[in-house]
Design a protein around this ligand. Structure first.
Ligand SMILES: [Zn+2]
Length: 156
């Protein structure tokens, strides 16, 4: 089981995390499942809406600094529904969700685990000093713990 990305998609992910720095960026990976592997067809950048309106309350994290998008992300639920519809129309699937960790390792936080769905890949981009990006991909196992899932980087 792997997640396959092209180098152009990898570049788009790196650029998004650089543009959002020092805040977290987030988005969705659309594509196809082929024999258990996720083949990414499109990287859909989304806005990090953490701290906007009631989103923080919805996920039960009202004790967190509601404005701190440097350590949190939230996907806009309406925009996410729209992407789900688009994916269905194109006969694609949402393979996973990506977000960045500014100046922090590419390891899921306890909060990342709490909000994760078992069917999705969770790609985390660690970005140091707004420049150097390291990616790691994760998925929940049957015990609800994140396991690293290999990335397969293909050309172009
Ligand atoms: Zn995270």
């Amino acid at each position: 089981m792997v997640l396959c990305l092209t180098s152009a998609q990898t570049e788009a992910l790196c650029r998004h995390s650089q543009q959002a720095y020092p805040e977290e960026c987030c988005g969705v990976l659309l594509g196809q499942w082929v024999e258990g592997d996720g083949i990414v067809v499109e990287v859909v950048a989304m806005e990090n809406v953490w701290g906007r309106g009631e989103v923080g309350d919805l996920v039960g994290m009202a004790d967190r600094d509601p404005m701190d998008r440097r350590r949190n992300f939230a996907l806009d639920p309406q925009a996410f529904l729209q992407i789900q519809r688009t994916a269905r129309d194109r006969q694609q699937s949402i393979l996973g969700i990506y977000h960045s960790h500014p100046d922090h390792p590419a390891v899921p936080s306890e909060f990342d685990r709490a909000i994760a769905w078992p069917e999705y890949h969770y790609l985390i981009l660690a970005i140091e000093q707004g420049e150097r990006v390291t990616m790691k991909n994760w998925q929940l196992d049957d015990q609800g713990e994140f396991q690293a899932i290999p990335l397969h980087l293909a050309n172009p």
